[in-house]
Ligand binder design. Structure first.
Ligand SMILES: [Zn+2]
Length: 157
């Protein structure tokens, strides 16, 4: 009803779904879950990159994480971790929503996402699917199958 409530809240939040209009994040605490955290993690990674690259905020170091990978602890960048999780997601509704958020972010802020180690830039050269470059030197598309085979470096003794 016009004239009632918080107009700033209504401007940012869809009152029917109780989700933010731009990122589709739940605002009702009991509904906040993995999907919201995953989207927020992506936004954090991409915008700290803008801080480093464009605004020259050198106190914002790249986020590195120690994560169990193939039975061993490995140092991964945040975008590597996002890629690893992304390639395991199976909820098609969330994937569709997530891709639409990334597409919207790329359309608005694409010129600022210059770092190569950003999940938003990690796309298949053939079909554009996200998550092409895997954390452990592997390049293959889960959607169309396009693959780049890295030659093994042969060391002659
Ligand atoms: Zn592809």
């Amino acid at each position: 009803m016009p004239g009632f409530g918080d107009s700033k809240y209504e401007k940012l939040v869809n009152l029917k779904s109780s989700k933010t209009k731009n990122l589709d994040l739940n605002v009702v605490p009991i509904n906040i879950g993995f999907d919201d955290a995953f989207v927020a993690l992506n936004v954090f990674d991409h915008f700290t990159s803008i801080g480093r690259e464009i605004l020259k905020l050198n106190y914002m170091p790249p986020v590195n994480i120690v994560h169990p990978f193939d039975g061993k602890l490995k140092h991964l960048s945040l975008s590597d971790l996002i890629c690893e999780i992304y390639n395991k997601l199976s909820d098609q509704n969330f994937l569709k929503r997530f891709k639409s958020i990334l597409t919207k972010m790329k359309k608005i802020f694409g010129n600022y996402f210059t770092e190569s180690d950003l999940f938003i830039n990690n796309t298949c050269p053939k079909c554009g699917e996200f998550g092409y470059k895997k954390p452990v030197r592997k390049y293959n598309c889960n959607k169309c199958g396009y693959e780049i085979v890295m030659k093994q470096k042969v060391i002659h003794l």
